[in-house]
Design a protein around this ligand. Structure first.
Ligand code: PLP
Length: 463
């Protein structure tokens, strides 16, 4: 019988995370403080515990995964690598398609790969409570799950539109013992200021991040810290366990080479998690197409400039060198809530500037069409975010067919969509439209970056 799933034993799980910062041909630019000077690690101390700040600034290529974290990860890791034989057959492609199934974690996505280490390092540092934001609810539920297992309190500011549209994610967070409020809320200065100006706002990740940071840094006990589910270097680092496992599994499947690596990108973490170990191979000379995929309605990588910008609306975060649509960006309400962030991880952004990645953007109708074909062939119902990666897989598999090439395509199946069926309902009943982010609005948003420092787009010119 042909093999569908390629497993690793628990004792074959990677023991170290991979840090791309050590291998980028041009180093990352530093985050800047309000005075325009690079920030020092201790300036981040009110927001994050020092053990995670050390990872954030680390230039070490490999970072050990503590044993207690590995033990919790075994609840769902190593995650299976699937060969998408039924999709291949439906497409009639000579390509061999493999997907890493990150939907098998208890909350249903890749997010717990970093939620568990973040909660663990905070606990080690003596922290008692974490605050965070969530868009579609995947990250909030992942952190709620991690805090429950590790023994921390958890407070989640959930973007208003998802809070109203996704009661089940909220209930998952509550089941794991977290406290979840709609953002903007009356609980913070940032939330109150926005509600005064825009009482009916659907909210945004940028606003919810401002509220979660404020709630952490204003706790008089000093025992609260903030936790972010994507974008930052240490978050991407924790996710690299995905790509490191995938490499071992592809070798077990007898593959000697990968031609195309694909992931959807909101803040960049699941994409980076799968792709960065392969970016290392590309830097070392391998010929691989590495494709992060985003929505046309939030075109951070494909249309926004590489700029210094804040990670949140109230400008509480340092300035980060990243592709950004502007920190006041309020996204149109498309269904892939987790892909609606205004910025892109600095590590992913720098890899784009270097020419190591080939980002692309898709409209949501094409993505839902792809997810439906996936459901009818592979069976799994994909998260709307993940459907963007699937659309790219199908395009690449069709391209391999046209070229008559037996390519190996690897994709991160970042999560299941069983809590996102209202999006499928809207699609199946013909109530979804495509939406391109208007150029005038993009230019108006970018006005707010005008007076901020400009990063140098450093590239080695090798790709
Ligand atoms: C299933 C799924 N995939 C992808 C993403 C995008 O986030 P990131 O780019 O950090 O992986 C999200 C975010 O919530 C998600 O829930």
């Amino acid at each position: 019988m042909d093999q569908t799933k390629i497993f690793l034993n628990e004792n074959e799980m990677p023991r170290q995370w991979y840090n791309l910062a050590a291998d980028l041909p041009t180093p990352l630019l530093p985050p800047l403080g309000p005075d325009g000077n690079p920030i020092s690690p201790d300036m981040l101390a009110p927001v994050f515990p020092m053990n995670l700040i050390e990872q954030e600034v680390s230039q070490e290529r490999w970072i050990d995964i503590p044993q207690e974290i590995l033990e919790i990860l075994t609840l769902w890791r190593p995650s299976p690598l699937y060969r998408a034989r039924r999709l291949e057959k439906a497409l009639g492609t000579p390509a061999r398609i493999y997907y890493k199934n990150e939907g098998v974690s208890p909350p249903g996505s890749h997010k717990p790969n970093t939620a568990v280490p973040q909660a663990w390092y905070n606990k080690q540092f003596g922290i008692e409570r974490l605050t965070t934001e969530t868009g579609a609810g995947q990250w909030g539920s992942a952190l709620a799950f991690a805090c429950a297992l590790i023994g921390l309190e958890c407070k989640v500011f959930m973007v208003r539109i998802s809070f109203d549209q996704k009661p089940f994610r909220k209930l998952m967070m509550q089941t794991w013992g977290a406290h979840c409020v709609a953002s903007p809320s009356e609980e913070t200065n940032a939330g109150r200021a926005i509600l005064e100006k825009m009482p009916d706002t659907p909210g945004s990740l940028g606003i919810a991040i401002s509220e979660a940071i404020e709630a952490a840094v204003t706790d008089p006990t000093g025992k609260t810290r903030y936790s972010l589910g994507s974008v930052l270097n240490h978050v991407l680092l924790h996710q690299t366990i995905i790509g490191l496992e995938a490499k071992k599994q592809l070798a077990k499947a007898g593959e000697k080479k990968v031609d195309v690596v694909i992931g959807c990108a909101g803040g960049g973490s699941n994409f980076a998690g799968l792709a960065f170990p392969f970016v290392a191979d590309k830097i070392a000379g391998a010929d691989i197409d590495i494709i992060p995929v985003e929505p046309e309605s939030c075109p951070t990588m494909t249309r926004a400039p590489f700029a210094y910008d804040h990670g949140d609306t109230a400008k509480m975060t340092p300035l980060m060198p990243m592709h950004s649509l502007g920190h006041s960006f309020v996204p149109p309400p498309i269904h892939a809530g987790g892909l609606r962030y205004h910025g892109m991880a600095p590590l992913v952004s720098q890899a784009i500037v270097e020419g190591l990645l080939a980002p692309r953007a898709y409209h949501q109708l094409k993505c839902y069409d792809a997810a439906i074909l996936w459901a009818k062939t592979e069976g799994f119902i994909s998260a709307p975010e993940t459907s963007h990666a699937i659309a790219a897989v199908i395009d690449e598999a069709n391209k391999a067919k046209e070229e008559g090439k037996e390519k190996v395509i690897l994709v991160n199946w970042s999560g299941h969509g069983l809590m996102d069926l209202t999006g499928y309902d809207a699609f199946l009943s013909g109530n979804l439209q495509d939406y391109s982010f208007p150029q005038e609005q993009l230019e108006a948003n970018l006005e707010e970056l005008k007076d901020l420092p400009k990063p140098e787009a450093r590239k080695s010119g090798k790709w």
